[in-house]
Design a protein around this ligand. Structure first.
Ligand code: GDP
Ligand code: MG
Length: 297
């Protein structure tokens, strides 16, 4: 057996410290209007964040540009604090000419890098705030045949700037075999277009059985087929989030119905730190290197 220094334990300690201080995490959602972004966010974090959303009709939307909004919620569970920044991008893909819908989103992501960079260089580093986007959930329509041009354009423009995690929206509109076919097709098209979505790291073999099982389920689920709902129903004496149809009930948190649970596990449990680390070591580092290169020229 190989000798080891015991970094693994150190990592665990770092994590424990981080737990005590609380986590800050920034999640962005992108995708065409009506794909269920706001509903999914509400379902993921059990909040009614987007209740007062003003309704805008299709006419009004036609010339609308992408607006980027940010909301912050503090969630405390079992003594662990999570400060969650949620970035929404209403209007994405809505205008008649949506070929440049990715541009304002790219600008936003780079702006956060820039602020962080300035903060790092300032003498007041202690109060350095990190509003870099750690993860971008990109919503793909279940009604199309794989990726649309706007999906490819967006992901190509952003994949070196932010961790993209693709989700198949409104998965309750497809049968299990249709979901499977769509997933295969999406993965194939991502590959053909050289789009690099977030790469899940290899699971540490020292993790316990439950963790490794979760990790495996997560990796098998990509792109996550998701269902969201703002409604709860009584089911076997428990209140659950679900969508009610005349022919039955779709349970958001039932892994037999969709991948919601795997997505939430990934975001808040197994891979939050990985998403933050990749943002810092890889994506932000690339940005910094490009700045240095640009200055030399
Ligand atoms: P957004 O524009 O992407 O933020 O979409 P919304 O969250 O506002 O949802 C648009 C509509 O789709 C609403 O009527 C939701 O009730 C519905 N919806 C949201 N999530 C789902 C889902 O998972 N499945 C189905 N069938 N409908 C959904
Ligand atoms: Mg919305």
């Amino acid at each position: 057996e190989k000798e080891c220094v015991g970094f693994a334990r150190l990592v665990k300690q770092v994590q424990r410290n981080a737990v005590r201080q609380g986590f800050e995490f920034t999640l962005m959602v992108v995708g065409e209007s009506g794909l269920g972004k706001s509903t999914l966010i509400n379902s993921l974090f059990l909040q009614d964040l987007y209740k007062d959303r003003p309704l805008s009709g299709p006419r009004e939307r036609m010339y609308q540009t992408v607006a980027i909004t940010k909301k912050t919620v503090d969630i405390v569970e079992k003594g662990v604090k999570l400060r969650l920044n949620l970035v929404d991008t209403p209007g994405f893909g809505d205008s008649m000419n949506s070929t440049n819908s990715w541009k304002p989103v790219l600008d936003y992501v780079e702006q956060q890098f820039k602020h962080y960079h300035i903060g790092e260089a300032s003498p007041n580093r202690k109060n350095l705030q990190d509003h870099r986007v750690h993860c971008c959930l990109y919503f793909i329509s279940s009604f199309g045949h794989g990726l649309k041009p706007i999906d490819v354009q967006f992901m190509k423009a952003l994949h070196r700037k932010v961790n993209i995690v693709p989700v198949l929206a409104k998965a309750d509109c497809l049968t299990p075999s249709e979901i499977q076919r769509m997933k295969v097709r999406i993965l194939k098209e991502l590959d053909e277009n050289d789009i690099k979505i977030f790469q899940f790291p290899e699971c540490d073999p020292n993790e316990d059985e439950l963790y490794r099982q979760q990790d495996l389920e997560i990796k098998k689920s990509i792109p996550f087929a998701v269902v969201g709902s703002n409604t709860t129903v009584e089911h076997n004496g428990k209140r659950i989030r679900a969508r009610l149809y005349p022919w039955g009930v779709v349970e958001v948190e039932n892994p037999a119905h969709c991948d919601f649970v795997h997505l939430r596990n990934m975001l808040v449990h197994t891979h939050m730190q990985d998403l933050k680390d990749t943002t810092d070591y890889l994506l932000y580092e690339n940005y910094r290197m490009q700045l240095i290169q640009a200055r030399k020229q």
